[in-house]
Design a protein around this ligand. Structure first.
Ligand code: NAP
Length: 260
């Protein structure tokens, strides 16, 4: 059996009671990593942590907190102690028209989708360097490569994080600390469900019709599953992935049309 080489390591997976974060937590636990899981709602977080504990027998600490706040991040870091693997994630910003956005709108989006990750990276990267092992994965979005007009806040904030991490990755690679991005296309999660429902309402169509349109326009003719996303995360975090850094891997069923 393939050994990912991270059994017993500590992985912090932010925003992981559901969706893509949960997929990453589950996959990391499946290859033996102990977890610190986080989300704001204690009940769903506790249920998610229990499922992973039962399935994989690893140690799972759960920290109900808002990861976009300094207090939330401090609680997560304290629960973890030393962090070997950091998966940054948070809820995505709302869609909208840029004419309505103020400086405060942007600060909220940057706090969630750039600065929370930056602060966590700043806290864990030097101990990772000292330990000669670290894996940092940012869950961003396909919008980093191919902008989605109504998600301008996401386009901007996530591109800023990606740019910062591109430079950071080259600074820390020599210490066996890697920094990469995972860019989801459309995955079957609560977030996509709300997008489907909002689109249906806006266009006067049924949610089932909109879902079908989303599926049919993808070369794979379906949305992604969180297990598929989690597997890529585990691969990026493997002990054997030390030469994979500064990359942004799009997982979208081939939706982004390009030769490379
Ligand atoms: P999801 O299914 O709605 O799950 C979001 C998870 O994050 C939940 O566990 C939620 O729990 C937690 N969370 C949200 N805000 C948080 C906060 N401030 N602090 C701590 N935990 C928080 O969403 P998803 O689809 O997995 O999306 C994850 C990220 O990927 C989002 O940023 C999204 O925009 C991005 N993305 C998703 C897709 C897709 O197709 N699904 C595509 C592109 C980008 P609580 O609500 O209890 O906190």
């Amino acid at each position: 059996m393939l050994d990912f080489g991270i059994a017993g390591k500590t992985a912090v997976v932010c925003a992981s009671s559901k969706g893509l974060g949960y997929g990453c937590a589950d996959a990391l636990a499946a290859v033996g990593a102990n977890l610190v899981m986080n989300a704001r709602t204690p009940e769903t977080l506790a249920a998610a942590a229990a499922r992973i504990r039962d399935a994989h027998g690893v140690e799972v600490k759960e920290v109900p907190a808002d990861i976009t706040t300094p207090e939330g991040r401090a609680a997560v870091l304290e629960a973890a102690g030393h962090v070997d693997i950091l998966v940054n994630n948070a809820g995505g910003p709302p869609p909208g028209d840029f004419r309505d956005w103020t400086r405060e709108t942007w600060i909220t989006a940057l706090d969630a989708n750039m600065l929370a990750a930056f602060e966590l990276i700043k806290a864990v990267v030097d101990p990772m360097i000292d330990n000669r092992f670290g894996r940092i994965v940012n869950i961003t979005s396909g919008s980093v490569k191919s902008p989605i007009a109504q998600l301008g806040l996401s386009n901007g904030a996530r591109a800023a994080l990606t740019g910062f991490c591109a430079g950071l990755a080259r600074q820390v690679a020599q210490h066996n600390v890697t920094v990469n991005g995972l860019l989801p296309g459309q995955f079957n999660t609560d977030r996509i469900e709300s997008l489907i429902n909002a689109t249906a309402e806006r266009e006067g169509r049924s949610s089932a019709e909109v879902r079908d349109t989303f599926e049919q326009r993808n070369p794979a003719k379906r949305l992604g599953e969180i297990k598929e996303f989690g597997f890529a995360c585990a691969w990026m975090c493997s002990a054997h992935s030390g030469y994979l850094t500064g990359q942004n891997i799009l997982i979208d069923g081939g939706s982004f049309n390009s030769t490379m």
